[in-house]
Design a protein around this ligand. Sequence first.
Ligand code: FEO
Length: 394
Amino acid sequence: MKPVEILKDIYWVGAIDWNTRDFHGYSTYEGTTYNSYLIMDEKITLIDTVKKEFADELIINISQVVDPRKIDCVISNHTEMDHSGGLPRVMHKIGEDKPLYCSKMGHKNLTRHFPQKWNYKPVENGGELSLGKRTLTFIETRMLHWPDSMFTYVNENRLLFSSDAFGQHYAGLERFDDQTDDAVMGHAKKYFANILLLYSPLILKLVDKVTEMGLALDMICPDHGIIWRQDPSKIIDAYVEWSNQAPKRKALVIYDTMWHSTETMAECIVDALGQEGVDAKPMHLRRCHRSDIMTEVLDAGAIIVGSPTLNNGLFPTVSDFLSYMKGLKPKKKIGAAFGSYGWSGEAVKLINKELDAMKFELIDPGLKIQYVPDEEGIRACYELGNKIAQALAD
Ligand code: FEO
């Protein structure tokens, strides 16, 4: 794709990855982009690179604006390889001695990824760099979402290069929020739920810090997806809402099943919840991707997990999901477990242990039914659904 001038003398020169469908375990049904930006000032500056496989495309894009050898410096806001993988190719092209600005932790991390002795210029939080007509301010954003992450702010343009924050895995020809529909907020929500959720407390602190600094924002340029220019406050407000994790009257019944007994239980629990006016849905772990389920978890008040007992343990997809969800540290949930079993029936106990470790409020000891739910078993599922609905009403 040709470069796009996003503001006078500032260009998007990144790459669109139309075909990626898995981003380290996160489903990317609509691909993604690796955004790189070129500032044509007295010091010509490149902000972030792209995934290694797209480095040549980045260089071609830059060449349509300026001879890459004229680039004076590079800024690396974040070391993860989808943004730094293209650095060796870029540095080789523009000149290995050109200054490479990054956070102090970025310096450490980049040297752990690349053997080249580049001309590193570690910057302080609040440090500035004059490009001529513009001045850049660097803002450390440690653990959002890597220890080295930072933002780069263009004072004169009130523009924030926000690294991964406010990004979305979405590949499209559009470069701006005003060229897309509301679906982009869904992509942003999924990105938040699967990449940033565990850092919610830090995000709230960062928003406070940015507010205290009085940082005006006319444009937010993340490293993935579209640029926010129509109303940057929309995505910031959404981040505050998502970080607060206020639970809705919504329940997810997440399960897997062997011979449909646990599935029957799941559907009865959902039916009971629906009858009580709860926004409820079943999510089968071999039909729904873990990253899509996690997006739904974000604002759900109740997480109900079901598993058959397999070889004295959990069904593997249930273990996988619980491990994934645990790492993302969702808060303010109530939880319960259920499942059918043949002869030993450990699954419910094991799920309870995991939900308890996640600090979910367990509202029931759990429901286990041997083999196939009979009339009494079905009734017990409805009772569990009603109990969850009641707990969500409190
Ligand atoms: Fe898009 Fe953390 O890399």
